[in-house]
Design a protein around this ligand. Structure first.
Ligand SMILES: *Cc1c(COP(=O)(O)O)cnc(C)c1O
Length: 405
């Protein structure tokens, strides 16, 4: 069978992407390289199987194997996360979220979510996203004093506005949530409690942080972040929400599912039960805490002082630069991070005053907690020089050698 090499242009691009990853330090919070088993599954014949509908109720013929694959993935997710109801069809984390809105809210309904500038996510009521256009978002935030979620404010807002849904989770909030307290608030306000666990799911699976599943009405996740699975989403919920969520995913939001991705989700959930996975998840958090502490030792400010997760937000405004500028300097030295905002940031989101680093890829590349002093050293040296400086070539070389590339 001809591989991608039969297309020289694409083959060249794929080679370059592999080389880029192998020779630079991926400090991204949202990405992980999937295992060989997950990747092999993604190239299987299931990739071209049409299986619109659900197991036992498909619109297409020849779905007997697809049905078994989907049921296997559902069973594994139910066991791994202790969920009553599972939907493995969402094509991404955002699409899983869209289905949750569709299941529980009508256009114009109030929703209460963590603000984007306080670490939330654009699908939690940002105006650029459907969630901010079709619903009436109210945002809770973090306190100025300790940059942690203010549960008293959240409760006041919930009782005042009576949102249909309280959304918990974010893309740049590095602290754990008090799910039990949130459940109490949601009950008082008679709201649906939705935990968007896109970033949290892998840490929950690895047993490193508390699970939102016993407390939330519905939990969405992304399978391609810490969980190390294929690009995709998933929904977990209490049994009572089964009917609305089934219809919301299909046919309201999606047509046919990606069956190869569902098979790969099953594979990654089996891998997530291993001791090796638990060690990786725990190392990812320990490494993020260590790297944060090392950077703080070099005078950088970690938003909220620390992290409970696999990433942290680092305020670089004290260096007299924006997050975007810091990102470019690090990139020039072969260190790949995201830019971010800090709470109450005066810079636009496109610039930000912070970078967000994540540790899963580094841990998987062999750079665990004990390597973090060296990583901090590379970062601090990289931040001190303009993009393109000769010092950056030196750092690049050191990183490449360390990665064995
Ligand atoms: C990553 C993320 C998503 C969306 O994931 P996609 O798969 O890119 O759509 C949703 N919510 C949060 C909080 C995220 O971090």
């Amino acid at each position: 069978m001809p591989g991608p090499l039969s297309d020289p242009q694409v083959a060249d691009l794929l080679d370059r992407e592999t080389r880029r990853r192998d020779t630079t330090l991926q400090l991204l919070a949202s990405e992980t390289p999937a295992s060989a088993a997950v990747r092999a599954t993604l190239t299987s014949d299931l990739g071209t199987k049409y299986a619109e509908g659900y197991p036992g109720a498909r619109y297409h013929g020849g779905c007997e194997v697809a049905d078994e694959v989907e049921n296997l993935a559902i069973g594994r997710a139910a066991e791994l996360f202790g969920a009553d109801y599972v939907n493995v069809q969402p094509l991404s984390g955002s699409v899983a979220g869209l289905a949750v809105y569709a299941a529980f809210a009508q256009p114009g309904d109030p929703i209460l979510a963590l603000g984007l500038r306080h670490g939330g996510h654009q699908t939690h009521g940002s105006r650029a996203n459907f969630s901010g256009r079709w619903f009436a978002p109210i945002h809770y935030g973090v306190r100025r004093s300790d940059e942690r979620v203010d549960y008293a404010e959240l409760r006041d807002l919930a009782l005042l506005h009576r949102p249909r849904i309280i959304v918990v989770g974010g893309a740049a909030y590095a602290r754990s949530f008090d799910f039990a307290a949130l459940r109490t608030i949601a009950d008082e306000a008679e709201a649906i409690l939705w935990v968007d666990a896109a970033h949290l799911a892998g840490l929950v699976a690895g047993g490193v942080i508390d699970s939102p599943v016993p407390h939330a009405d519905v939990v969405t996740l992304a399978t391609h972040k810490v969980l190390q699975g294929p690009r995709g989403g998933m929904i977990l919920a209490r049994a009572e929400h089964r009917a609305v969520l089934q219809k919301a995913v299909h046919p309201f939001v999606q047509g046919g599912p990606s069956m190869h991705s569902i098979a790969a989700k099953a594979v990654c959930m089996r891998e997530a039960r291993t001791a090796a996975f638990a060690a990786y998840a725990s190392d990812a958090v320990a490494a993020a805490q260590r790297l944060g502490a090392e950077l703080a030792g070099h005078g950088l400010r970690i938003v909220s002082g620390d992290t409970d997760l696999h990433f942290a937000v680092v305020d670089v405004s004290g260096l007299g630069m924006s997050g975007a500028q810091a990102q470019r300097r690090l990139d020039s030295a072969g260190i790949v991070v995201d830019r971010s905002v800090i709470p109450f940031d005066s810079r636009p989101v496109s610039e930000g005053s912070a970078i967000r680093f994540g540790t899963p890829c580094a841990v998987l590349a062999g750079l665990g907690p004990t390597a973090m002093p060296d990583v901090a050293d590379w970062m601090v040296r990289a931040l001190a020089a303009e993009a393109g400086a000769t010092q950056h070539a030196d750092i690049r070389r050191e990183i490449r050698l360390r990665l064995g590339g």
